[in-house]
Design a protein around this ligand. Structure first.
Ligand SMILES: [Zn+2]
Ligand SMILES: [Zn+2]
Length: 268
């Protein structure tokens, strides 16, 4: 009934989380280089060989760049929907050991139950995950359910319904609207894509969602996928403590990783 969860890294440059239950160790997205994932695991006393599976949300580089190296491990299963796998096939010298799921359906892996649901985002078939654990845990296994929802232009009713009853919610806070507007490196068309209904969530959008949320089971919310150019910790934290602040503890994942991985063992 429980698992440990930590975000190895999350920003618009790369996203990867580690989930450890009694029966398996899995990555959610593999958006760091394989070498970097290996180094992160080593710091935790783990090796790449210890991984059992990867769950991929969509084919964008910041979610899959580790697959090139990870596909060298033949025992590692890589779960994705058909469109995402097809978009990636042929991109690596060896195709991953795909395990195809259907978007909107649930599947099992070891003691986990994983439900996928479609997100509004500009890739072939992007999904979020809700993961629940069936087996018992110990001191280091605290969570029974978590949602990973990181690339979406807005939060449809379907998504808010799906994440309502999880204990741990990981959600995107991609950009600050003023910083995006002022950014000189991105052309107008890219800014429009980011702001669009199939782009990314702004600080305002995600904070409004958290402020208005009712009847939720969340014990902890983690905000990630911050843009390194168009967002920063201070602006997001300031927005979070503004009027109508969220009643649930919210942590923000440092996009530069200076504050280290977000470790989620502390909550009881
Ligand atoms: Zn994306
Ligand atoms: Zn992304």
């Amino acid at each position: 009934m429980a698992f440990a969860f930590r975000v190895l890294e999350s920003s618009s440059a790369g996203n990867c989380a580690l989930l450890e239950s009694s029966e398996c160790r899995v990555l959610i997205d593999a958006g760091l280089s394989c070498r970097r994932i290996g180094a992160k695991l080593e710091a935790l006393g783990l090796r790449l060989e210890d991984l059992d599976a990867v769950f991929i949300t969509h084919e964008h580089h910041d979610h899959i760049q580790g697959l090139r190296g990870l596909s060298r491990y033949p025992g590692l299963r890589v779960f994705a929907n058909g469109d995402t796998a097809q978009a990636l096939n042929g991109k690596f010298s060896r195709n991953p050991r795909w395990q195809i799921f259907e978007t909107g359906s649930a599947f099992g892996f070891a003691d986990l139950e994983i439900a996928s649901f479609r997100l509004p985002h500009d890739s072939y078939d992007p999904v979020g995950f809700v993961i629940r654990c069936r087996s018992g845990g110990d001191l280091f296994h605290r969570w029974q359910s978590a949602a990973w929802v990181v690339d979406l232009g807005y939060i449809p009713r379907l998504v808010s319904d799906r994440v309502r009853d999880v204990e741990l919610l990981v959600l995107e806070a991609n950009h600050d609207l003023d910083l995006l507007e002022a950014d000189t490196r991105r052309p107008w068309s890219t800014k429009q894509r980011i702001r669009g209904r199939h782009g990314h969530l702004s600080n305002d959008a995600v904070c409004t969602f958290l402020e208005q949320a009712e009847d939720v089971s969340w014990r902890q919310v983690m905000l990630g996928h911050l843009s390194r150019d168009c967002n920063n910790l201070d602006r997001l934290r300031h927005r979070l403590t503004g009027n109508g602040a969220c009643r649930v503890p919210v942590s923000v994942i440092d996009p530069a990783n200076h504050e280290g991985p977000a470790i989620q063992h502390a909550m009881t």
